[in-house]
Write a protein that binds this ligand. Structure first.
Ligand SMILES: *[C@@H]1O[C@H](CO)[C@@H](O)[C@H](O)[C@H]1NC(C)=O
Length: 322
């Protein structure tokens, strides 16, 4: 009975204000430092409904940043979740920060703005806050390699920003050499580089290089192999790793929250992905504790330069970044 009452009280939407502090980007826009990740759970049609709910629950839990991409195939559901939240009066569009990404087959300069307009149509928005070049690699519509310089793609991104279709522009999966070339050869510096960062792929050199250039780093797959429940071969740390469990007990948090806080302390913007209401709320409940320098260094020792997201099929394509 008590648990039933508790459940209903909690279920009566404790709607929270913006939870993650914002960070100023190099173009003056302010990015919320935790984003809800979407995509990859969206292969089947029915699962896309989960994205709509997840977006609404995230906004109710205090997220103001939602991350999607054209290739995820869920921009419509993300847009519906946003519309639900706005309609319920929880937020206005202006209070939200929406990120989406240009896919590899739209790298020709003249295809960038139309691709963004298509994304906006699916999202049912007039603008996004951040538009990213998803990979430095260009492919043709038959997925064979295309020889388009990402500087050409970037000129299209600059045009999209000038047109007001996106407030900020950035890249994803660019390595240090590519970042340097882009910064040296373009009018508008990328505001963001979104790359994989987690305890088994700590990326210190790339992260500090970007941060020193004033480029914010968003961290995808922030849990690394922590959540690889079925893969017994996955390297540590797993969710029950004693080192993380000790920290979790010390702070009264979960090991997942410890890992997200580790990324926050490194000045990163983690993009935890979940469609579970409770975990969505946990994944942004990170701002009432702080790890010590020693604990941060201890977590970094898990590094193996090992990717959760690898793309071996592009290995021989021009501009392969890994
Ligand atoms: C980045 O990618 C390019 C293109 O594949 C490659 O030539 C370069 O060596 C890479 N740089 C780093 C730092 O990995």
């Amino acid at each position: 009975m008590l648990s039933l009452v508790l459940c209903c009280v909690l279920g009566l939407n404790t709607i929270l204000a913006e939870k993650a502090p914002r960070m100023e980007l190099n173009d003056g826009n302010k990015i919320p430092t935790v984003a809800l990740g979407t995509g990859r759970m969206t292969a089947g049609g029915t699962q896309n409904d989960e994205v709509r709910d997840a977006v609404l629950w995230a906004i109710e839990a205090g997220y103001r940043h939602i991350d999607t991409a054209a290739i995820y195939g869920d921009e419509e559901e993300v847009g519906q979740g946003i519309a639900d939240a706005v309609q319920k009066g929880i937020v206005t569009r202006e209070e939200l920060f929406v990120t989406t990404k240009l896919w590899n087959d739209k790298h020709a300069r003249d295809l960038v703005v139309p691709a963004l307009r298509e994304s906006l149509k699916r999202l049912n928005l007039d603008y996004v806050d951040l538009y990213l070049v998803h990979f430095p690699i260009a492919v043709k519509s038959d997925r064979s390699p295309d020889n388009i310089d990402y500087l050409e793609t970037w000129a299209g991104m600059e045009e999209a920003k000038e047109l007001g279709l996106t407030k900020s522009i950035g890249v994803s999966n660019f390595n240090q050499t590519q970042i340097d070339r882009l910064v040296a050869k373009s009018k508008v510096k990328p505001a963001v580089n979104q790359v994989e960062v987690n305890p088994t792929l700590t990326q210190e050199p790339l992260v500090s290089h970007c941060q020193n250039l004033g480029i914010a780093v968003m961290a995808y797959s922030p849990f690394g192999f922590l959540v690889a429940r079925k893969d017994r071969e996955a390297p540590p740390p797993r969710a029950d790793d004693p080192v993380l469990v000790r920290m979790a007990q010390k702070y009264g948090k979960t090991t997942a929250q410890i890992v997200l806080r580790y990324l926050i302390e490194r000045g990163l913007i983690p993009i935890p992905k979940s469609t579970n209401k409770e975990r969505i709320a946990q994944n942004i409940d990170l701002f009432d504790f702080k790890l010590t320098k020693e604990e941060i260094d201890t977590i970094s020792l898990f590094n193996k330069n090992l990717r959760v997201v690898s793309t071996p099929f592009w290995k021989n394509y021009p501009n392969y970044p890994f």
